[in-house]
Design a protein. Sequence first.
Length: 337
Amino acid sequence: MFDKDKKIIYSGIQPSGEFTIGNYFGAIKNWVALQHEYNCIYNLADLHTITVPQEPAALRRRTVECMAMLIASGINPENSLIFLQSHVAAHSQLCWLLNCFTYMGELSRMTQFKDKSSRQGANIRVGLYDYPVLMAADILLYQSDIVPVGDDQRQHLELARDIAIRFNAQYSPTFKVPEGYFGEKGARIMSLADPNKKMSKSDENKNAFILMKDNKDVIISKFKKAVTDCDSEIRYDIKQKPGISNLLEIYSCSRSISIKEAEADFCGKSYAQFKLAVGESVADALAPIQSEFERLVKEKSYINSIFCSHAQTASNIAARTLSKTMRKIGFYQLEKQ
Ligand code: TRP
């Protein structure tokens, strides 16, 4: 499947809810484009989702749907590895080993942990605290060169690098030290209800996000309600006009054009015309993905075969790094009988 001369890309996404256009324009669309130039490994990070409570039946259903959505979006299982984190035991195993090379101080400084734990109040789970170490294990297992992530994961990626450097220095080179890749466009799609907040599928306000599965009417009605400002000019200015800038960003992503070109399309137009056009262009961009999704999600045996074969390939790659790591630490290795 993989070309030895190409670099390895690794990224993950949690099946913790249905994907939004923030996931699509911020991550998935970039993943699709990267497949031509790199050996890509994409992971549905289901182990990460249980750092907050999950309903079992919903988690199971969403996992299949998220897989179907990734393939429908253009991730090609012939060229890229695409598998479920919980199917490859080495992720949990390397996570334990790396826990013994990570400092409490480092994890306590993680802003995502501070945010999420402060919202949870009592009984904060160790898993939430340890989340970045599992993510480091994901990345380091595959000797990844490049890791595309959103801005909110920058600190976690930095930690993965620090752990790799520390381990390599204490033993000998074991892990590739990965580089981050922060897509210049669409890395941050903001909430339609509060453009200073990232668009999130867990927002209580259903009008704050657009799901990849939303139909055209829903999409248009959500854009109609999007928060803007009391000015009337359609121009990109994050500080003064965060709502309009977010809509321009979404429009430019959905049509694969620059912000400048997007602005030019709406010179002299009203906010109402602008919002309608954004809604239509998003609905048009999603339409082919939605119909492919509807077809795939019914093909349970196809999805299952991808899960199986890709988990097997991923396990084989991961086993090499895991056993190398264990040998260096000094674990007694079984000899083949
Ligand atoms: N934590 C990432 C997120 O929520 C998802 C993720 C899990 C990931 N493992 C990863 C991203 C490894 C990049 C590399 O966005």
